[in-house]
Design a protein around this ligand. Sequence first.
Ligand code: NAI
Ligand code: A1CAB
Length: 278
Amino acid sequence: MTTRVAIVGGGKIGEALLSGLVRSGHPTRDLVVAEKNAARGAELTEEYGVRVTAIADAVEGATIVVLAVKPADVDGVLEIISGVEDTGEVERLTVSLVAGLSTRHYEDALPAGAPVVRVMPNTPMLVGEAMSAVTGGRYATDEHVSTVATLLESVGKVIVIAEKQMDAVTAVSGSGPAYAFLMAEAMIDAGVGLGLTRATATLLAAQTIRGAGVLLTDSGLSPVDLRAAVTSPAGTTAEAIRELEAHGFRHAFYEALRANAGASAALRAAAPSAENDG
Ligand SMILES: NC(=O)C1=CN([C@@H]2O[C@H](COP(=O)(O)OP(=O)(O)OC[C@H]3O[C@@H](n4cnc5c(N)ncnc54)[C@H](O)[C@@H]3O)[C@@H](O)[C@H]2O)C=CC1
Ligand SMILES: O=C(O)[C@@H]1CCC=N1
C-alpha cells in the first residue's frame, strides 16, 4: 500500500522529515505539507517540489498525518484534523513529533479509537542521520508502530521505547544536536583565542565532532575507551579534561538534561487535558 504522508507544520523538524524522505526516494506526489506561513510554504515547494496546502486538504487521503507544530499549536490542528472524515479506504494514522504531549492528549482530541504514534526525532534527519524514538498509544497496533519505524528508518536510526522514557529521550537525542553545536561553538571560539582563523577553527571542530561521532557509532568501542585512546599519559588531552571536569562539565550535563526533561513535563502540565496525560 502507498504511504501518503501529510506533514502539518513545515518548520525546522517538518522540513528535516520532508528533506530526509525526499532524499531517500519517497515520491513527492505522496508527500504533502500544511504550512500556515505562505512564504515558508513557497520555499518548501521551491526546494523540494512538494505540494503545500491547507491542513484539511493535506490530511484528506493521507495514510500518515505527521504533526510538526509547536505544542501550543497542537490543539487547533487536532480540531481541524478531527473534522476531516476518514475515507474508510485507508485508516489514518496520526504521528506526533511534538515534545512533551502524551499520546493520550491526541487520543482525547481525535475521534474515538484513532491510532496515535509518538516520535522524538532530531534535526540530523535533514541529512538522513536522524535518531528517532517511537512509541505507540493505546489504539496503535504493533503494525502501526512498525509502519512509522520503517518510514523513519529511511531517514536515520530508530528505536521503539516505552512512552514513559520519552522525556529522557528528548533530553538526550531530541535536543542533543544543540549540545553538540554548542560544544562546536565553544571549541571554535577557543581555537580563535589560540590564534586560528575562524574558518580553520570551524573546519577542525566540525570534522572532529563528525569523526568522533562515526567512531562512537561504528567502532564498537565505548566512549570511555575512545577517550582513553586520545589521552596520552602526562599529555595534552589529560590537561584539558582535568580543566573540563574542574569546571563541572559532567555535572552540567546531568543538570541540563534534568532541566530538559522537566521542560517536557511542564509542557504536559500546561496542556488542557493534562489530567488525562500519562
Ligand atoms: N526542532 C527540533 O530539533 C525538534 C522539534 N521537535 C518538535 O517539533 C515541533 C516543531 O518544532 P520546530 O520544527 O522546531 O518548530 P518551527 O516553529 O520551526 O515549525 C513549526 C511550523 O509549524 C507551522 N504551523 C504552526 N501552526 C500551524 C497550522 N495551524 N497549520 C500549518 N502550519 C502551522 C509554523 O508556521 C512553523 O513553520 C515542536 O513541537 C517540537 O517539540 C521534536 C524534535 C526535534
Ligand atoms: O526544544 C524543543 O522543545 C524541541 C524538542 C526537542 C528539540 N527541540
